[in-house]
Structure formats: structure tokens, C-alpha cells
Design a protein around this ligand. Structure first.
Ligand SMILES: NC(=O)c1ccc[n+]([C@@H]2O[C@H](COP(=O)([O-])OP(=O)(O)OC[C@H]3O[C@@H](n4cnc5c(N)ncnc54)[C@H](O)[C@@H]3O)[C@@H](O)[C@H]2O)c1
Length: 340
């Protein structure tokens, strides 16, 4: 079996490539990544010499390249490549539309031309918009994205659906809640808070800190996608979540407690525009129809994650100094000025 995985030098994609090469030792993986600020070859250093893994630096918007790569006997395409950070989508929406919509289309065209047996689009619960205090996102929830990021992901998802309906391409779309775990770029909440807390720096918290996200340990996301590749019914959407809703403030307090750092580091900053209040995933379909079950709950997952960031300080300090500080300064300086 030959897989083309896109975005495999990013957070979830690299975890997925490492996971698949362990689970299916006879599979071949072509890992395509443009190495944007979020891509990092260090994430896949452990498989540098693995003959079953080939890394190709390429942009998924490059239709000719995608055609060439998928034309080399690829059976399955799994599309993780995306611009993925909501805050950046507010600063620069155009790159989100380019990669998340046009890049997806380039992949779909090549997948259709070369008759792949499965195309999995890795999407997000954010396409469903926001929830009130009750209810959960199901696969039937209408798409009502609120940020340029989620709108561009919804655009990609709709193209994937259309290629199944129009051309009979065998597709699945997975929609996952917030992931956390090893190799997550330190702009996202959990690694941001761990790294800032370890350096005794102020921890920026949007608004009142009571926005709720439904957290999933990244390895559980990988096992769900593995299952969808092999057992997913063509054309179906599968929501993936671990029933771990927590407020941002709860996450931050848990990290501070485990690191032995004071709550006085918490600094409330100006709210993010269009900040969705609550996400909650109903994972019943993938659990009952495909038999998926997460192995981690939030308490075990966060302990393992904190331990990983403590053991891999070099990994995140290097990224922060090279790729991240200028953005962090731009993103948060005005917000700290508006500190509540
Ligand atoms: N992180 C989460 O909590 C979460 C939750 C649900 C869904 N998702 C989805 O999962 C996928 C992976 O998310 P992530 O958190 O690993 O993102 P990430 O930002 O860490 O990684 C994205 C990767 O895609 C690559 N990339 C970006 N543009 C590209 C392009 N044009 N061509 C080729 N490669 C390109 C980057 O270099 C990077 O390696 C995304 O599609 C995202 O929408 C993420």
C-alpha cells in the first residue's frame, strides 16, 4: 500500500506518519510538505533513514507536482496540509484560501486522474461554527464557519464532497476537535502556555478564558484516521473527539499546577475577533460504526504532553527563536496593551 500524506512535517501530520510506519511496517509513505513556518523536519528525524518513508518538499497548490507524485502508484491520499492557525487567518486570509481550498482542489484533481482508492480530507470541527451551552456537533450539523481559517477548511471540505458526488472519487472527511501532544507548534494554546510558564513569562488568555474546546490527544486522532482509511464508508463524514470539553482557563490552571508555577502569570488580553465560544464533538458515529475508541483521557494526555515538552526543550526553544518570536510580538503586543 502506498500513501501520499500531505503536511507530514507539521504537528498532526508528523505524528500520523510516525504512527502509520509503526502500525503498518509494509506501507510506503510519500510525505509532501511545503515546510512553511509550521513545518519542521526535526519532527520526522526518527524516520530519516527509513526506506519506507520519502520526504518531498512541495506545495500542494503545485498541480503538476501533485499529478507527478500521485501518478507514481499512490493508493491513498491523506490531506493534512493546511494553514491551521485562526489568529494568522485574521492577519492574512489569502494564504488560507490558497492552501486550504486551491491546494485541496489540486490534490483532488490528481487523485481523480490516477484513480486512488481513498482520499481522506482531515478537517476540523471549527467548520460547524460555535455552540451554545448545550448540544454537540454531529456530522449533520450545518457548516457555519466563523473565521477565515474555518471558512477555508469548509471550502476544501465542500470540494471533497463534490468530487465524490460528481466524479465518484472515494472520499472521507474527518472533523476533529482540538488536538494536543508532541510536536505541536508553540503558537497553539497548550505548548504556548507550557513554554511561557517554564520561562516565567505572562500567559496571554483571551477574553474571560471561559471558551470551551474539546481536547483530543494526537495519537488518538491518528488511530481514528487509520481506521477511516481502512474501514470508512466512501462519501461519509466522521467526527472525531474524545468527550474532553475544558475551558481554556482550566487547561492553563492544570498546566500551572503540574509545573508548580503561580497563577499570577495568567494575563487576560483583548478578545480574539469572532472567537467561537464552545466546541463539542459527538463522536458516536465513528465509535459505533467503525469501533474507534480513544486511549487517552485529558488527564493522562496532558501529563504525557507536559512530560514531552519538558524532555524536548531544545525542540521548542529552537523553533521559538527562529520562526516564532516576530509573529508572537506582532500578534500579542497590541493585545497586551489592551490587557484587562
Ligand atoms: N491542530 C488541531 O487541533 C486540529 C484540529 C482539527 C483539525 N486539524 C487539521 O489537521 C491538519 C493538520 O493540522 P496541524 O495542527 O498539524 O497543522 P500544522 O500547522 O502544525 O501543520 C501544517 C503542515 O502543513 C504544511 N503546509 C502548509 N501549507 C502547505 C502547502 N501549501 N503545501 C504543502 N504543505 C503545506 C506546513 O508546512 C505544516 O507542516 C490541518 O488540516 C488542520 O486543519 C487540526
Amino acid at each position: 500500500m502506498k500513501l501520499l500524506v500531505t503536511g507530514g512535517a507539521g504537528f498532526i501530520g508528523s505524528n500520523f506518519v510516525l504512527y502509520m510506519l509503526q502500525q503498518h511496517r509494509d506501507y510506503e509513505i510519500v510525505n509532501v510538505d511545503a515546510l512553511t513556518y509550521a513545518g519542521n523536519l526535526e519532527n520526522i528525524k526518527a524516520i530519516e533513514q527509513n526506506p519506507k518513508h520519502t520526504f518531498v518538499k512541495a506545495d500542494i497548490c503545485d498541480a503538476a507536482k501533485m499529478d507527478e507524485l500521485i501518478g507514481q502508484g499512490v493508493d491513498i491520499v491523506v490531506n493534512f496540509a493546511a494553514e491551521s492557525h485562526v489568529d494568522r487567518s485574521i492577519l492574512e486570509p489569502d494564504v488560507f484560501v490558497k492552501t486550504n481550498v486551491l491546494g485541496t482542489q489540486a490534490l483532488l484533481d490528481a487523485a481523480k486522474k490516477h484513480n486512488v482508492t481513498k482520499f481522506v480530507q482531515v478537517s476540523t470541527d471549527e467548520v460547524y461554527g460555535t455552540l451554545g451551552e448545550t448540544g454537540l456537533f454531529t456530522e449533520e450539523t450545518p457548516l457555519t464557519p466563523n473565521s477565515p481559517y474555518s471558512a477555508s477548511k469548509a471550502g476544501g471540505d465542500l470540494l471533497v464532497r463534490a468530487y465524490q458526488e460528481t466524479f465518484g472519487l472515494p472520499v472521507n472527511i474527518t472533523r476533529c476537535s482540538n488536538n494536543y501532544g508532541p510536536y505541536q507548534f508553540p503558537e497553539k494554546l497548550i505548548p504556548l502556555i507550557i513554554s511561557k510558564a517554564l520561562n516565567d513569562q505572562p500567559l496571554p488568555v483571551y477574553g474571560d478564558g471561559l471558551n470551551i474546546r474539546d481536547w483530543l490527544y494526537v495519537e488518538d486522532h491518528c488511530s481514528a484516521i487509520d481506521l477511516v482509511i481502512h474501514e470508512g464508508v466512501n462519501g461519509e463524514v466522521y467526527n472525531i473527539g474524545g468527550n474532553n470539553e475544558r475551558t481554556n482557563l482550566h487547561i492553563i490552571r492544570t498546566i500551572l499546577e503540574q509545573l508548580g508555577k503561580p497563577e499570577s502569570l495568567i494575563t487576560y488580553v483583548q478578545e480574539r475577533p469572532g472567537h467561537d465560544r464552545r466546541y463539542g464533538i459527538d463522536p458516536a458515529k465513528i465509535m459505533t460504526e467503525l469501533g474507534w475508541k480513544p486511549k487517552h483521557n485529558f488527564e493522562t494526555g496532558i501529563r504525557e504532553t507536559i512530560a514531552w515538552y519538558l524532555d524536548n526543550k531544545e525542540w521548542w526553544t529552537r523553533i521559538q527563536s527562529v520562526k516564532y518570536e516576530p509573529y508572537y510580538a506582532k500578534q500579542y503586543s497590541q493585545r497586551f496593551e489592551g490587557t484587562q
